[in-house]
Design a protein around this ligand. Structure first.
Ligand SMILES: Nc1nc2c(ncn2[C@@H]2O[C@H](COP(=O)(O)OP(=O)(O)OP(=O)(O)O)[C@@H](O)[C@H]2O)c(=O)[nH]1
Ligand SMILES: [Mg+2]
Length: 359
């Protein structure tokens, strides 16, 4: 961990124009610096988050416990596998993958390729079949070369908009993400862009307090979301914030005028900072399984989604939907929500995921 981090970062020097990153290394805190104002800071921030994903495997593991329990039967299937049993075992595997929401297309693809390799003599033991299964899931997640790190550009502030349908976990994920980014040394400003419900900005204010971040809220009722968000981004620019995180109202992907409001927010942001928003993260509720696919398609079509946050995977045995979503949409999953606590947002790491669901 220490050596891989130090390859990405330069030790603290006395030069000016540096942003300090306080990183937990073992029990002590180490200080590093990297150049601000150029591409360095955000690139390194993205990498650091990725490093963190690897170190948080335990957390990912417990987050996916229900999916793992669901898939545990696979171990038994392979333990007693012998060649004459292949069709029955593969039928059962198919069922387990479908129940875990891997989706019919992927399930058939995986099972048929295993069948070919078993009958072709390439896979000769239960252990080899399980390893091939894990590899095919990992390949599905990584083949498209999608970048799971946050892409924050090089202008400050970077702007991240959080969008999605009602109750998916947008505000909670924004709070958790702020916490994570702040801990990595970024100066964060929150924008209470959910002007639809009065309680929404109160909820975000609680997160701002909890994470020690600043927040911009509407000063009066009936203010447009785009105006609150643009005001926040202006403040972010004037006061040298690194990242502005914008909450938005929940909306049905089928509601045309509400979807248009998102387009207005996006435009308002780009008027203040060229090239922003850098990320539009769509929050999808993992417990809805494959129903999330049409939502994602619609949001992507209207605003252009750059990454996904899959929430509530702790409460769901359907973690396979992560694989279907990546395969169907070619949009990277950037974070997964595995609980309601401030630490329960994990950067998505394909290898850690596969090891967590198929231990
Ligand atoms: N178990 C679990 N609960 C979560 C997770 N993420 C969010 N929640 C809960 O889901 C509920 C809705 O979360 P919000 O963050 O308010 O959702 P939202 O998308 O902002 O909702 P609206 O603003 O009403 O559209 C809350 O009770 C959260 O605590 C998660 O990863 N796991
Ligand atoms: Mg909300």
């Amino acid at each position: 961990m220490i050596s891989s981090l130090s390859t990405h970062l330069t030790p603290l020097s006395t030069t000016t124009n540096h942003i300090l990153l306080n990183l937990p290394l073992g029990t002590s805190k180490a200080r590093f610096s990297c150049s601000a104002g150029k591409t360095g800071f955000f690139t390194k921030l993205g990498r650091l988050i990725k490093e963190k994903a690897k170190s948080d495997v335990e957390k990912i593991f417990s987050g996916f416990s229900k999916t793992r329990d669901n898939l545990a039967v696979i171990d038994e299937l392979f333990l007693y596998w012998n060649l004459s049993d292949t069709d029955r075992v593969l039928d059962e595997l198919e069922e387990v993958l479908l129940v875990s929401d891997f989706g019919p297309r992927i399930t058939i693809k995986i099972v048929e390729s295993l069948r070919d390799d078993i009958y072709g003599g390439k896979l000769k033991s239960g252990g080899e079949i399980k390893a091939a299964l894990k590899k095919s899931v990992l390949d599905l997640l990584t083949n498209k070369g999608l970048k799971t790190e946050l892409q924050l550009g090089f202008r400050k502030p970077a702007v991240i908009m959080i969008v999605g349908v009602n109750g998916g976990g947008k505000t909670t994920s924004l709070g958790k993400l702020s916490n994570r980014l702040k801990k990595q040394g970024a100066k964060i400003l929150m924008a209470a862009g959910d002007t639809f419900r009065a309680a929404a900005s109160d909820q975000l204010e609680i997160w701002a307090e909890r994470t020690g971040c600043e927040i911009v809220v509407a000063e009066k009722e009936n203010v447009k979301a785009s105006s609150v968000i643009s005001q926040a981004v202006k403040k972010g620019k004037e006061q040298a914030y690194d990242i502005v995180l914008c909450d938005t109202s929940g909306r049905l992907h089928t509601n045309y005028s509400l979807m248009e409001e998102l387009v207005a927010c996006k435009k308002a942001v780009s008027k203040v900072v060229n090239g922003a928003p850098n990320e539009i993260l769509l929050v999808l509720d993992g417990t809805t399984g494959l129903n999330m696919l049409p939502q994602a398609r619609e949001f992507n079509e209207v605003v252009g989604v750059t990454g996904l946050i899959l929430t509530k995977l702790d409460g769901s045995a359907r973690g396979g939907c992560v694989v279907s979503v990546v395969d169907e949409l070619s949009i990277p999953v950037k974070f997964v929500g595995v609980g309601e606590g401030v630490e329960d947002l994990q950067p998505f790491d394909a290898e850690a995921f596969v090891n967590a669901v198929f231990p």
